[in-house]
Design a protein around this ligand. Structure first.
Ligand code: DUC
Ligand code: ZN
Ligand code: ZN
Length: 473
């Protein structure tokens, strides 16, 4: 692998930007070198093994997507991307670390499910990966397992207030898991929707013959996201545990998070590009069964109600802490089609791991967020939040050399199937024109993508044992 110099670019961090060169030695960043600096020898470029010209381009830390579901079993089928295809697609899009979810369902030992997910991912990934643990059955054994997992680098635990009978936890179970996390330093992640009430609404819509994908959205109204978010915050308050609310889509839920943060609570909100750009009316309400492509939970929200603009505002002002994808791809043919005539049978999920960096860069182009905030919410903060900083999420001596050269003059058109690398027969982002393009991607010092071409290998990616100490930002 040797030494690499990334020369001529502008290094962007969460706190600023600087014209400086990046020297990589093996898998790590060795130094940031002032152009023309004599300190490391006048002709550094001549002394290294590889020179990457980043003139006119941004040099940013590799993206960290803290919420993906490769090969996730859901509603009788399995998410279409394997760890191999999904991480390769992520690399194409400038993401160099994912944190995926091992899933425990009732009757399973937590440790066994984590072992199963390790097996699925080992030797398959193009980029580094970590795991959160989904707790689908919080009992005494599962609580004990939480203590064990935090010592094994799995330091965050997701529970569901939705999906009764599948992943759902009662308030009592949530309270117990939060108490455990308060004791062992783990982070509780919450899918905050009132699933009991939602199931009633789903039954009522179907009984009225309202079976289209649009009704997936209206059966999960924002009130039931706001209510669950508030409840989760109150449970966290009682226990003293920090709380990370995943895939927030309703502006009212974010107002709850902002209010808690205003009271000094350790409550954090994650959103996803789909909630910033897409809507109930335009996508879920597309003609015929087309809207199934965008069935996910929490659902896309009404543009008329102004959720998207409010989410951008919260992102700019800091109450949205991170942007992840909740990448959970299903093909239209054969998978989404399982819900023809009954929206409740459409597997929930949107694929997007490949497009997050590009899509969020559009927020910079349109002036909604700064260049630094882009790096902060997509790279640095997820690394800090999930205990991987300063190995990940920053270009600094000693950090892993996960680096993206991003070309602001590039252009990416997201089209039908084969303009992306995800294992899907459609794209939720079809028709999006992206100003800017990923140019070169390095994962621990190795060029894995250059000029749109994949140069890595499956198995390049390693498990990241996460640390508790940086869990909070
Ligand atoms: N939401 C989704 O859209 N898919 C997977 C699970 C979830 O919570
Ligand atoms: Zn969820
Ligand atoms: Zn998810």
């Amino acid at each position: 692998m040797g030494t690499t110099l990334i020369r001529g670019g502008t290094v962007v961090s969460a706190t600023g930007r600087q014209r400086i060169d990046v020297l990589i030695d093996g898998e790590r960043i060795a130094a940031l070198v002032e152009p023309g600096s004599a300190a490391l020898g006048a002709d550094l470029a001549g002394a290294v093994d590889t020179v990457i010209d980043a003139t006119g381009k941004y040099v940013i830390p590799g993206g960290v997507d803290g919420h993906t579901h490769m090969e996730m079993p859901f509603g009788g089928t399995t998410a279409a991307d394997t760890f191999e295809t999904g991480t390769r697609a992520a690399a194409h899009g400038g993401t160099t670390t994912i944190v995926d979810f091992a899933i425990q369902t009732p009757g399973q030992r937590v440790q066994d499910t984590l072992a199963e997910w390790h097996e699925k991912a080992a030797g398959e990934c193009a980029i580094d990966y970590g795991f959160h643990q989904i707790l689908g059955d919080v009992d005494a054994e599962a609580l004990k397992a939480m203590d064990e997992l935090v010592t094994e680098g799995v330091t965050s635990f997701k529970m569901f207030m939705a999906y009764p009978g599948v992943y759902y936890s009662t308030d009592g179970q949530i309270l117990r898991a939060m108490q455990q996390a308060a004791g062992n330093g783990g982070l509780v992640m919450m899918h905050a929707e009132n699933g009991i009430a939602i199931d009633e609404l789903v039954t009522q819509h179907l009984a009225r013959g309202e079976t289209s994908p649009y009704h997936h959205g209206v059966s999960r109204p924002w009130q039931l996201e706001e209510e669950a978010t508030h409840r989760a915050i109150m449970l966290a308050d009682v226990t003293g545990a920090p709380l990370y609310v995943v895939h927030v889509s309703a502006k009212q839920a974010l107002a709850q998070i902002a209010e808690a943060r205003g009271r000094g609570r350790n409550v954090f909100g994650e959103t996803c590009p789909q909630y910033l750009y897409l809507s109930l009316e335009e996508q879920l309400g597309a003609p015929g069964f087309e809207g199934a492509k965008w069935v996910c939970s929490t659902p896309l929200r009404s543009r008329a109600e102004g959720h998207q603009d409010e989410l951008w505002r919260y992102l700019r002002t800091g109450d949205v802490t991170t942007v992840a994808t909740d990448h959970c791809p299903f093909c239209f043919r054969g998978q989404k089609e399982m819900g023809l005539g009954d929206f409740s049978k459409i597997p929930n999920g949107i694929g997007g791991v490949e497009h997050r960096m590009d899509l969020m860069y559009q927020g910079v182009v349109s002036g909604r967020i700064s260049l630094e905030r882009w790096v902060e919410v997509c790279c640095t903060t997820p690394a800090r939040m999930f205990g991987m900083y300063p190995r990940k999420g920053v270009i600094s001596p000693g950090a892993d050399a996960d680096v993206v050269v991003y070309d602001p003059a590039g252009h990416t058109s997201i089209g039908l199937e084969k303009t992306h690398h995800m294992a899907m027969d459609h794209s939720a982002w079809e028709g999006f024109e992206i100003d800017g393009a990923v140019d070169t991607v390095l994962s621990r010092g190795k060029v894995v993508v250059a000029g749109g071409e994949y140069r890595g290998r499956k198995g390049d990616g390693r498990f990241v044992k996460r640390d508790l100490s940086q869990n909070l930002i």
